[in-house]
Design a protein around this ligand. Structure first.
Ligand code: TRP
Length: 343
């Protein structure tokens, strides 16, 4: 399949609604990239199941939610193609072939996997018996995602870099084993590292996370946003309204940096001088967050009441994507000389 532009593939695990950490971390840059690149967004339900195999209903429910979040953030269904991973069997086939090209110990040493296994051990308190074969192998299936689409670039956050490196290794191994030196079948993808750093939670925690209860969701109502901002952590040394305070240790000031660009100097000067009460400061933040999220929420309201349209975007996108993935699988099998029934 000829490409007119360079191609990117990016993916989300459909396990819950996206929050403003995702917005600043990845959605915003996707919106920018969709004009420059041919863009594919993979709703990675197979990968989500590696962690949620005991709760497929949760994954099912979030397929539409994740897609709506992306569309609401400004991804244009005329420009980018949305794909449901489990409906692309070529990805599963490629995963099987690639799984011979990577050792178990290499997967265990993958920094992303290592961290996730450590977290599991902390949660379940055993020495790793809970780690399934499917979970350990998800970097291989992610390599299949990326190469099935013949993606040139993968926009990711820092935590995903080891997965892209793993993909590059598999690609090199495949090409060197099965292809002539000057005719590689698979493209080695580049990571496009998102510059935005990780956004802290309202409680000051280093990460905004679903399970941590410290996140503002793109789908939150005005009341939810108000309630969450009102309970955000401020400078604990400030007791009275006109006490001087330090914005550097205040989560409200931290969020002003994201939502109140033009008012920042005033906010921090007034805070330091004791000329701004925390309640007023929080109200100002609430109103700025609501203003910024309003266009996103407006689109969300549209898609929520047109779910069949979202379903169609996924179906059409998946069908279109398979024209590419089928061709990749054909080339892969031909290179491996296991294309027995093809002339
Ligand atoms: N691993 C990614 C995440 O957890 C999701 C993902 C699946 C992905 N397949 C992908 C990302 C392919 C980029 C490319 O967020």
């Amino acid at each position: 399949m000829k490409k007119e532009k360079k191609r990117i593939l990016t993916g989300d695990r459909p396990t819950g609604k996206l929050h403003i950490g995702h917005y600043f971390g990845s959605l915003q840059s996707r919106v920018r990239l969709q004009d420059e690149y041919e863009t594919y967004i993979l709703v990675a339900d197979v990968q989500a199941l590696t962690d949620n195999f005991n709760n497929p209903e949760k994954v099912r429910e979030n397929i539409l939610e994740t897609t709506i979040d992306n569309l609401s953030a400004g991804l244009d269904p005329k420009k980018c193609i949305f794909v449901v991973q489990s409906m692309v069997p070529e990805i599963a086939e490629l995963t099987v072939f690639y799984s011979n090209l990577v050792t178990v110990s290499r997967l265990q040493r993958n920094p992303t996997i290592k961290t996730e296994i450590a977290q599991k051990k902390e949660l379940f308190g055993n020495s790793g018996e809970s780690v399934t074969y499917g979970f350990l192998g998800y970097p291989v299936s992610q390599a299949a995602d990326i190469t099935a689409f013949d993606a040139d670039c993968v926009p990711v956050g820092e935590d995903q870099l080891p997965l892209i490196e793993q993909t590059r290794e598999i690609v090199r191994k495949f090409n060197s084993l099965y292809c002539k030196e000057d005719e590689p079948v698979l493209t080695e993808p580049e990571a496009l590292l998102s510059k935005a750093s990780r956004i802290k939670g309202l409680d000051g925690g280093t990460k905004m996370g679903k399970s941590l209860g410290n996140a503002i969701y793109l789908a939150d109502t005005d009341e939810e946003i108000s309630r969450k901002v009102m309970s955000a952590v401020t400078d604990s040394a400030k007791i009275k309204k006109d006490d001087k305070a330090n914005p550097d240790v205040c989560m409200v000031a931290y969020y002003h940096k994201l939502f109140s660009e033009n008012e920042l100097d005033t906010i921090s000067d007034e805070c330091r001088a004791g000329a701004r009460g925390c309640v007023a400061c929080k109200r100002q933040l609430i109103s700025n967050i609501i203003k910024k999220l309003e266009p996103i929420r407006e689109k969300r309201r549209y898609y929520e009441s047109h779910r069949e349209e979202v379903q169609k975007i996924l179906e059409d996108g998946t069908n279109k994507a398979r024209e590419i993935t089928k061709e990749t699988l054909r080339n892969v099998k031909r290179a491996m000389r296991i294309d027995y029934f093809e002339e």
